[in-house]
Design a protein around this ligand. Structure first.
Ligand SMILES: Nc1ncnc2c1ncn2[C@@H]1O[C@H](COP(=O)(O)OP(=O)(O)OP(=O)(O)O)[C@@H](O)[C@H]1O
Length: 315
C-alpha cells in the first residue's frame, strides 16, 4: 500500500485550515502533527501504484502527476458533518469520476475544490486541499483566480441570459485574457471549437445562449469554462438533464478534453463513469470507501460496500 506521505512536496499531518462563514472550525483532536491518521485510499491513481494494483494493468501505462491533492478533508454544514477525512490524489490531464448514492457528499466534495462552498454560510472545513502546490484554502488565495483555474459545469445548463458570443467572451474580458475585436473573436471561436459547438453556432453567435437545445447549452457552458484556460474542470452530473444523444455527445467531448484538462465528474450513472473515467472514487456517507482505476472499481472492487453499490444492492 502506498503511504499518503509518499506524495512529494508535502510533509504530512493534517492542518486545520479554514473556517468559512459563521461556523466554528473543529480541531481534529486525534490528529498529531507528523502522524497520519487518514484512511488509506487503495492507491493514489497515477501517482504511486501499489504493486497489487499495477498487476493486471499495463506496466507501461504513463503515470500523471497529482493535480489535486486532498488530505484529511472534513466538512460540516452547521452541526452536521458531511465529509469525513477525505483523502484523494487526483491525477492531472485525465478523468476521475465520483460515484456513490444520493447524499453521500460527492457534490459537496466537488465544490470544495473551487471553494464554491464558501458561498454557504454554515460551512466549516478542516483539512488540506492542494491544487498543484497551492493550498486552495490558504490565506493568499484569490478565489476569483482560483475559479478561473478550476472551472465548473453544473447539472442543469446555465448559460448567461446573453448572446452565445457574450457567454464565452464575458469572463475572458473580465480577466483581461483577450482584447476586444479579432483577438476575442478568435478566443470565442477556439473555445466553441474545443467544446464541439462551433459548427452548430458559427452563423448565429448573436443569438441568446438560452435559445440553444439543452445539450448545446451544456456544451456552451463547457466552452465558457474552457475560455478562461482552466487546468481543472469540475462537472456535477453534466449530462443528467440531457437526452441520450446529447449525453453521448457530452461524453465524447469529455473524452476529447481529457488530454488537456483534469476533469472531475460526479455522476449517478455508473455506465457513464465506466465509459468516461480512468479513475473512480466511491463515496458513501461522506467517506471515500474506495478509489482506484475505474476498471478495478467496476470489475474487482476491494471493499464489500463498493461491490454492493456497483451491483445495485443499495443506492
Ligand atoms: N447547502 C447545504 N446545507 C446543508 N446541508 C447540505 C447542503 N448541501 C448538501 N447538504 C447535505 O450534505 C450531504 C451531502 O450532500 P451532497 O449534495 O454533497 O451529496 P451528493 O452525493 O452529491 O448527493 P446527490 O447525488 O443526491 O446530488 C447531504 O446530507 C445533504 O443533505
Amino acid at each position: 500500500m502506498p503511504q499518503p506521505n509518499d506524495n512529494p512536496g508535502n510533509s504530512g499531518g493534517v492542518a486545520a485550515r479554514s473556517s468559512l462563514g459563521g461556523a466554528e472550525l473543529r480541531e481534529g483532536s486525534d490528529t498529531v502533527e507528523g502522524e497520519d491518521h487518514r484512511p488509506q485510499p487503495a492507491a493514489a491513481p497515477g501517482v504511486t501504484r501499489a504493486p497489487e494494483i499495477a498487476a493486471g494493468h499495463d506496466a507501461e501505462e504513463p503515470t500523471h502527476p497529482t493535480k489535486v491533492d486532498v488530505r484529511g478533508l472534513n466538512l460540516w454544514y452547521g452541526e452536521t458533518q458531511a465529509l469525513f477525512d477525505v483523502s484523494l490524489r487526483i491525477p492531472e490531464k485525465d478523468v476521475t469520476a465520483l460515484i456513490g448514492p444520493s447524499g453521500c457528499g460527492k457534490s459537496t466534495f466537488l465544490r470544495c475544490i473551487n471553494r464554491m462552498n464558501d458561498l454557504i454560510p454554515s460551512v466549516a472545513i478542516q483539512g488540506q486541499l492542494l491544487l498543484d502546490e497551492t493550498d486552495v484554502y490558504g490565506p493568499d488565495v484569490d478565489v476569483v483566480q482560483l475559479r478561473s483555474r478550476v472551472g465548473m459545469v453544473f447539472q442543469k445548463p446555465n448559460p448567461f441570459p446573453k448572446s452565445i458570443y457574450e457567454n464565452i467572451a464575458y469572463a475572458p474580458r473580465i480577466h483581461g485574457l483577450a482584447k476586444k475585436g479579432a483577438e476575442m473573436d478568435e478566443l470565442v471561436e477556439t473555445s466553441l471549437r474545443k467544446a464541439g459547438l462551433w459548427k452548430e453556432v458559427s452563423d448565429r453567435l448573436s443569438m441568446p445562449g438560452t435559445a440553444l437545445s439543452g445539450g448545446q447549452q451544456q456544451r456552451l457552458c463547457i466552452a465558457r469554462a474552457i475560455a478562461v484556460n482552466p487546468d481543472v474542470i469540475l462537472m456535477d452530473e453534466p449530462a443528467s438533464a440531457l437526452d441520450p444523444v446529447a449525453t453521448a455527445t457530452i461524453e465524447e467531448l469529455i473524452d476529447e478534453l481529457r488530454s488537456n484538462y483534469t476533469i472531475i465528474i460526479v455522476t449517478h450513472n455508473m455506465q457513464q463513469a465506466a465509459r468516461v473515467a480512468r479513475y473512480t472514487a466511491f463515496f458513501h456517507l461522506g467517506e471515500v470507501i474506495e478509489y482506484d482505476d475505474t476498471d478495478t472499481i467496476f470489475t474487482n472492487p476491494r471493499q464489500k460496500r463498493t461491490e454492493d453499490y456497483i451491483t445495485g444492492r443499495f443506492g
